[in-house]
Design a protein around this ligand. Structure first.
Ligand SMILES: Nc1ncnc2c1ncn2[C@@H]1O[C@H](COP(=O)(O)OP(=O)(O)OP(=O)(O)O)[C@@H](O)[C@H]1O
Ligand SMILES: [Mg+2]
Length: 258
């Protein structure tokens, strides 16, 4: 059975979209059938995967409001095994429009249920807030993957995120798990990065991915070309690290894998 993973942290700029784009593409490169869903009005996963966000007609916004079917929203990409449900700034209005909708917490889940069996992985890129869009991602997902930037204040807001995940588990999606934490933008030349990793390891009782994503300029450049890192610079440290993360994600739970 496939797995649906929401990439969430309400802190902005921690590497959610970079992880959504490149984890999706590396899983796809390994032969997994992957659907990336962009549920952030900023549309960074959409543009980062080469789709002109203002030109798309059927986005996650139309999907949430029931104006388009999920089949209409899925764009097969030029990258093998990878498809996308795009987003753009229109989605910013969705929260208000959903207020009176019955079962508004489950709109995405109900749509995704129609296609879930067609994919090995569904990766959802969340906005930097704990709003109804993020709640929809968490009711749709099997697990939440939390990118943490190796910076001061890395832990800020994490307890709020964990509390939200607890609430969703209690009230909306009892089977939601925490996939784990992945450190991003690690800078080996800075003591601070190492301190943050140690500090988070000591204070968070969560699965922490062994793979640490380094700060790598190629990862920052790739979105402006609309390419995931394995297509933009396949040999970069950024590509190698997201491949390792994809392997870990695939093998999570398999005790024999080291
Ligand atoms: N490992 C990395 N090395 C270098 N730059 C990175 C790396 N990861 C992310 N970045 C850059 O940092 C910025 C923030 O990353 P990203 O957009 O992935 O974060 P985000 O959590 O999705 O942000 P938002 O909260 O706004 O959605 C981007 O400019 C991105 O290119
Ligand atoms: Mg983002």
């Amino acid at each position: 059975m496939g797995r649906t993973i929401a990439i969430a942290n309400q802190k902005g700029g921690v590497g959610k979209s970079t992880t959504a784009i490149n984890l999706s593409a590396c899983l796809a490169e390994m032969g997994k059938k992957v659907l990336a869903i962009d549920i952030d009005p900023q549309g960074n996963t959409t543009s980062g995967l080469g789709i002109e966000k203002d030109d798309v007609e059927n986005t996650v916004y139309e999907l949430l409001l029931g104006d388009s079917s999920i089949q209409e929203c899925i764009i097969p990409l030029e990258f093998d095994n990878l498809s996308l449900i795009p987003s753009n700034v229109n989605l910013a209005g969705a929260e208000i429009e959903l207020i009176d909708v019955e079962g508004k917490e489950y709109v995405l889940r109900n749509a995704v249920d129609e296609v879930r069996e067609e994919y090995d992985f569904i990766i959802i890129d969340c906005p930097p807030s704990l709003n109804m869009l993020t709640i929809n991602a968490m009711t749709t997902a099997d697990s939440v993957l939390v990118p943490i930037q190796c910076e001061y204040y890395a832990l800020e807001g994490l307890s709020q995120l964990m509390h939200t995940i607890d609430l969703v588990q209690d009230r909306l999606n009892a089977s939601l798990e925490i996939e784990g934490v992945v450190f991003t933008m690690y800078d080996a030349r800075r003591n601070l990065s190492l301190q943050v990793v140690e500090n988070v390891k000591n204070s968070l009782n969560q699965n922490i991915y062994k793979t640490i994503i380094p700060r790598n300029v190629r990862l920052a450049e790739a979105p402006s070309y609309g390419l995931p890192i394995n297509y933009y610079d396949s040999k970069s440290t950024g590509a190698e690290s997201y491949r390792l993360l994809a392997e870990e994600v695939i093998h999570k739970g398999d005790e024999s894998w080291q």
